[in-house]
Design a binder for this molecule. Structure first.
Ligand code: 5GP
Length: 193
């Protein structure tokens, strides 16, 4: 997606530790027009999959998932919660995820009410690094007996192992921009074609 790649080139900041900061348009301040384009692109890619539900993870996946759901005609969005809170039922599917950006393990959970065996689920997230978040979400889908149609990722860091592992496991993974390399010293970002 050229518009996205151009925006990353212009406005993303390469941090030490293989972290790409996109706070000015994706992760903190949000460019809603760009989000709209992202949602339409995910729709174009997955429109023939009879998607019934979009699954993401809090917090930064939620906005992208919602605008994507609009492109699909307002199908429901479910987001996995990262910690057990007082108002979530005990009847949940859970999975463990190692956080790339925070360096800790946490549990994610979705109420059993909101994922069913009849669902055809599209996973959406902002970044793919080691693939932990997508694997955790895919586990929730499989616990529910639902069908995983694929995963749509805004930015994949192709030099980290998640993308290769997920594709090899047979998951249909569509990333709108794949960063092949990035350099915190020079700020240079190279994309895979
Ligand atoms: P993974 O689970 O694939 O290792 O990492 C993906 C998750 O970590 C995403 O949900 C995203 O929030 C976060 N993440 C991973 N790498 C980056 C990055 O370079 N920049 C930002 N902003 N978030 C990242």
């Amino acid at each position: 997606m050229d518009l996205l790649k151009q925006r990353i080139k212009n406005d993303a900041v390469v941090k030490k530790g293989n972290v790409l900061k996109v706070d000015s348009f994706l992760n903190h301040q949000i460019d809603v027009r760009l989000y709209g384009e992202i949602g339409r692109e995910f729709y174009r890619l997955f429109q023939n999959e009879n998607v019934t539900k979009i699954l993401t993870i809090e917090a930064s996946g939620i906005g992208i998932a919602c605008i994507t759901a609009q492109a699909f005609g307002c199908i429901p969005v479910v987001f996995a919660k990262k910690s057990r809170s007082a108002n979530i039922s005990n009847d949940v599917y859970t999975s463990k995820v190692a956080s790339f950006t925070h360096g800790v393990d946490y549990d994610i959970m979705v109420s059993k009410e909101y994922l069913n065996s009849g669902d055809r689920v599209l996973i959406i997230d902002d970044f793919l690094a080691n693939g932990e978040a997508v694997k955790g979400l895919a586990s929730l889908v499989s616990q529910a007996g639902a069908v995983l149609v694929g995963a749509g990722i805004v930015i994949e860091k192709g030099f980290q192992p998640g993308g290769k592992e997920l594709r090899e496991s047979g998951i249909r993974l569509e990333s709108l921009a794949i960063v092949e390399s990035m350099d915190a010293e020079t700020g240079e970002i190279v994309f895979r074609d």
